[in-house]
Every structure is written in structure tokens, then in C-alpha cells.
Design a protein around this ligand. Sequence first.
Ligand SMILES: Cc1cc2nc3c(=O)[nH]c(=O)nc-3n(C[C@H](O)[C@H](O)[C@H](O)COP(=O)(O)OP(=O)(O)OC[C@H]3O[C@@H](n4cnc5c(N)ncnc54)[C@H](O)[C@@H]3O)c2cc1C
Length: 419
Amino acid sequence: MTMENSKQLKIAILGGGLGGLSSAVALRRSGHRVTIFERYDYAGEVGASLSCASNGGRWLHDWGIDPLKAKPVILKTLVRHDWSTGENEGVYELGDYEDKFGYPYYNFHRIDIHNVIKDYATSSEGEGVPCELLVNHKAIKVDYETGHIEFENGSTFDADLIVAADGIRSLTKPQIGISPKFKPSTSSCIRILFKTEDVLAKGLHDFSKNNSIEFWGGKDKNKIVLSPCSDNSVVSCYCFFENNGTDISDSWHNEISIETLLNSVPNLDPTLQTLFKECGYDIKQWRLYDHEPLPYFVKASTNGAKGVALLGDAAHAMMPDQSQGAVAAFEDSGALGYIFSPKFNSLSMEQRLKLYEEERKPRVTKIQAASLRARENLNERIGWSSSSDLKHEKKLTIEEVCGYDMKAHIDLLSKSLFS
Ligand SMILES: Cc1cc2nc3c(=O)[nH]c(=O)nc-3n(C[C@H](O)[C@H](O)[C@H](O)COP(=O)(O)OP(=O)(O)OC[C@H]3O[C@@H](n4cnc5c(N)ncnc54)[C@H](O)[C@@H]3O)c2cc1C
């Protein structure tokens, strides 16, 4: 893709998580010069599984990313187990996502997909100017009027467009006038991983080969979701439960003991308990928060020439119960890439930002609300229950999530807003 030089923007992306990196690829593909600023140096955290429904995979393909490089497992079925015995209560087809929506239901190991997108963003191969990635750059001041950014290490940067992909505790939000409203959830989540080679070596139950989401539903909000990733070499397990009173911070890095995990999910299937004790590693707990939708996602300068766009969790942190947080960030990136492509060169910065907000805000607000409801009621979960099980006006359906033609929608919005 070529771009009129006059429209090539200097773009700063704050945050090198999945949202920041995917927007870097998308904006690079649209012909811009992109610098990503990440506060840490990526040492340590590998994450657990990250499922990516067709509405996320669509964008990876659109940017020329080969998802197979991230060693996904393609999820095909859901297996339900009795909480305390593990007895198989039924196997449900998840439906052929690829056949229906064009792209499969990928299950990645977070570190794998993170590294692959990072490579595509910064590689000298592929369309567009390679993005620069600067680690140990924590943004501390963002001026939406001038595009000027200050970093904790003393450096500064001037951008035409600032993409704030700085996560759930985004420092940019207050600097563009937003005071986020959120409250702690009554639920919490612990993740634990097993290596397939360890499980096999110890002769324990191997969940890695089913290409399934294995589900244990317990009392109240307790549930366990287990799935294989990384070419089936790792099994990842999320345990959701009523808060256990453990005092933890907001970080992604709260290591906890196996005893805390077992006490949090009492009377659990002995097969799982044995796996936890014998093979579990990287056990971490997250706090969960219920975030209210933000009043706006973008802020343009008074003269309309510069601007800030919030993206990913910075714009719409949500409960993990629809597995749509990172996927929604991929959609945000797809929207930015498309809106800032030469097709919309006749629009000003302010108009492009407005178009982004008009497209993204209603859609992600609906997904955010449906994610919160799914924390309370499993029948709200898209793709796990047929849409006919539960009918109400706000019920999110798999068709509207995975079958969404965002480019066509943006074309329509652009016409109705600006012609
Ligand atoms: C238990 C759990 C399970 C989940 N499962 C799924 C799933 O299966 N599928 C799915 O789609 N989503 C899932 N999600 C949601 C998903 O993890 C998030 O939506 C996604 O990681 C958001 O990406 P992000 O880049 O917006 O934010 P983050 O991943 O939080 O990245 C933000 C980045 O910005 C950096 N940063 C922060 N402040 C600054 C600053 N001032 N300057 C510079 N850098 C800064 C941070 O260090 C970080 O690298 C899950 C979430 C949880 C909690």
C-alpha cells in the first residue's frame, strides 16, 4: 500500500501489550511511521491461554500475520464435567467457526501470539515501515493539544497521533479528562499451567489432545476453564471463584501458593487436584473489576490536527467471561488501520477519530456488558449456549460477534457522518 507523503503520520503507541502491538502492525500497514513505547522490558510474564474467536483471527489475516506461527490449538468442542467427580456431563460442538465465519477459533499461548505480533510489527519484512519498539519507556505526561509525550526516563516524543494502549490502569485516561469508574468484582481468578510432557511423564490425565475447552461448573460463580495451547504442549487453566480474601495487588504478577488455589476451589474433582499438585506451575491470581463504559474514546486537539485514541483495555476493560478482551483490542486496531488508510485521506484527524469512536464504542460497550452478565450466568456466554436458550434484547449472539463486517460498517458510518 502506498501513501501520499503528506498524509503519513508520526504515530506514538503507548503500551506494548497485544493491543499496542496489533495497532502498530495495522498502522504500519496503512503507511504510517510508528513508535511503540513500553514501560517494562517484557522480562518474566508469559501468560496463560488466550482464545481468539473469528472476529480476532480475521484481523490477524488482514494484516498478513500467519497465526500458525503462534502454534495455536483450534478449539472444536466444549466438554462439561461435574465439579466434584469430574464425570463427563456432555460434549458440545462449538460449531465450525471457519466454515461459518471464515476464520477458526484459535487458542494461543499468550506469549506465543505476543511474540509473533511483535515480530511482525518490528520486522523489516512485510508492508510498511518497520515500527520502532522502545522498552523501559513509561509515559508520564501526555498532551493531546500538542502530541507531546514525556517519559519517566527523561526522554520526550512528539506525535501526530497518540494511541493509548496502556491497559486497564491507563495513565492517559485522566490526561484526556476521563475519570474511569469501576468497582472490585466479587469474583477472582487464578491461573495455573501444566506442561504436557510433565503430565505424560507422571502418567496423569492428559487434557492436551482433545482440542476442547474443558469446563467444571461449581457452586455460585465458581468455574474452571481448561484448554490446550502452544501446539498442545501446554495446558492452561483458569479458576474463577468468589473472592478468597487474599490481599493482592492489581498486577498481572501475583504469585500464589498451591494451597491458596486448592482452598479457593473446594471439593474439586480429584483428577484436577492431582494435576494441580503434581504438575502445576506459574500459579497467579488476578483481581477482577467491573468497569463502567467510558464517556468517550478519543480526544482531538482544539485545532483538530492532533489527537489521542484509547485502545484495548485502556478503552474498554471487561470481565474475561466472553474471552473477548484482546480480540476487541484486535478489532480496535483493525478499525484504526482502516480509518487511517489512504481510503479516508480526505477526512481530517478529528473526523477520523470521530469515526473510530462512533464505530468502536457501541460495539465494545455491548460486549463489555455481555461479559459482565456472563460472569453471573453461563447462558450469557456466546458460543457455549445456543442463542435460542436465552432470549432477551441485549443477548449477544455469536453471529453478531464473529460475523461482523467492520469495514462495511465503517464505510456506512463515514457516509452518514461526513457526506
Ligand atoms: C483471566 C483472564 C483471561 C483472559 N482471557 C482472554 C481470552 O481468552 N481472550 C481474549 O481475547 N481476552 C482475554 N482476556 C483479556 C485480555 O487479556 C486483555 O483484554 C488484553 O490483554 C488487553 O490488551 P491491552 O494491550 O489493551 O492491555 P495490556 O495487556 O494490559 O497491555 C498494556 C501495556 O501497556 C504497558 N503500559 C502501561 N502503562 C504504560 C505507560 N504509562 N507507558 C508505557 N507503557 C505502559 C503495560 O506494561 C502493558 O505492556 C483475559 C483477561 C483475563 C484477566
